[in-house]
Write a protein that binds this ligand. Structure first.
Ligand code: SF4
Length: 307
């Protein structure tokens, strides 16, 4: 008796060498099943509609634009999470890409991150995913810990009072904000308990879940230096912790062979407006300027020194 078999979920390829395409296709199906089986968060509903109207998200290769979802990622609470996510970033190679290709891939990566649902508790509370912004070809990247209320509302990093101070620091370095790139370890605002306002620090497991996105941003932008703003960002980027700022700042660390300067978060300077604390941050920035060979005037060298 002849049976009518249902059509295969994964199309049969004619050539065995199409295995990679089949794997990509299966991943895409799984990803779409996951996206549409969960309630769309309010912040991403518009983006989902936009993506659906454009058709499937095109991936340039199976290595370039994949989050832990694309691999059999352990749960965020698993102790092996960090190792799993780190190994992902390690396999991401962009060395041979042109400037235009990197820019296009960064834009494609942004589309993926905007619909990320890896942390259901943050998806439920966020207004916007804050991907990051700036020059895709920047030599310098500033990395914060997570979006706050202002950033969550606007979908942009460092736009509140601390962000305005960061802009002043960047301009004091002789740079424009649109010349550098600004991003956070966590792309969604940490949720707050009911009835509580303000911002909370991201938890280590939240940062470990999200950092593969940042790794891909860094791999695409290929900056010559990173600045981690605050101890929490440094912990997310460099691992370990709790880190003590006075032990970390004023010297170079490394993130996947990229020099990292750790300095105080601008919010700290808003709380501690003494000349000496401002000078500490400025001395860290002078080291960054020297590393990037940015000309430093005599006047700049003396900023925030007591008369
Ligand atoms: S915090 Fe990062 S990993 Fe978690 S849902 Fe937001 S974008 Fe995704």
């Amino acid at each position: 008796m002849q049976r009518n078999h249902p059509p295969p979920l994964i199309p049969i390829m004619q050539n065995p060498s199409d295995l990679a395409d089949r794997v990509d296709h299966a991943r895409s199906l799984l990803s779409q099943m996951r996206l549409f089986s969960e309630p769309a968060p309010k912040a991403t509903r518009q983006v989902l509609e936009r993506l659906k109207s454009k058709g499937p998200i095109k991936k340039t290769s199976s290595k370039t634009l994949s989050h832990p979802d694309a691999k059999a990622s352990p749960d965020a609470s698993s102790p092996s999470q960090k190792e799993a996510t780190q190994s992902q970033g390690d396999s991401f190679s962009t060395a041979s890409l042109s400037k235009e290709e990197r820019k296009a891939r960064l834009a494609a990566l942004r589309e993926e991150v905007l619909v990320c649902t890896k942390c259901p508790h943050l998806v439920a509370s966020r207004t916007n995913v804050v991907f990051g912004e700036g020059n895709p070809d920047a030599d310098l990247m500033f990395i914060g810990e997570a979006p706050g209320a202002d950033e969550d509302a606007q979908g942009k990093p460092f736009v509140g009072r601390a962000g305005q101070l960061l802009t002043k620091i960047i301009e004091a370095m002789g740079l424009r904000r649109d010349e550098i790139y600004i991003a956070n370890i966590l792309k969604c605002r940490p949720d707050m308990p009911d009835g509580k306002s303000g911002n909370r620090k991201p938890r280590p497991e939240e940062m470990a879940t999200c950092i593969p996105w940042l790794k891909q941003q860094i791999a695409l932008i290929q900056p010559k230096a990173l600045v981690a703003l605050g101890a929490t960002a440094a912990e997310g980027l460099l691992g370990g912790g709790p880190l003590v700022m006075r032990d970390m700042r004023s010297r170079w660390h490394a993130f996947e062979q990229i020099p990292v300067m750790v300095t105080y978060h601008p919010a700290y300077l808003l709380r501690n407006q003494s000349l000496s604390e401002k000078r500490k941050v400025w001395e860290d920035m002078l080291l960054v300027m020297e590393h990037l060979r940015i000309p430093i005037s005599k006047k700049q060298r003396s900023f925030f020194l007591s008369k």
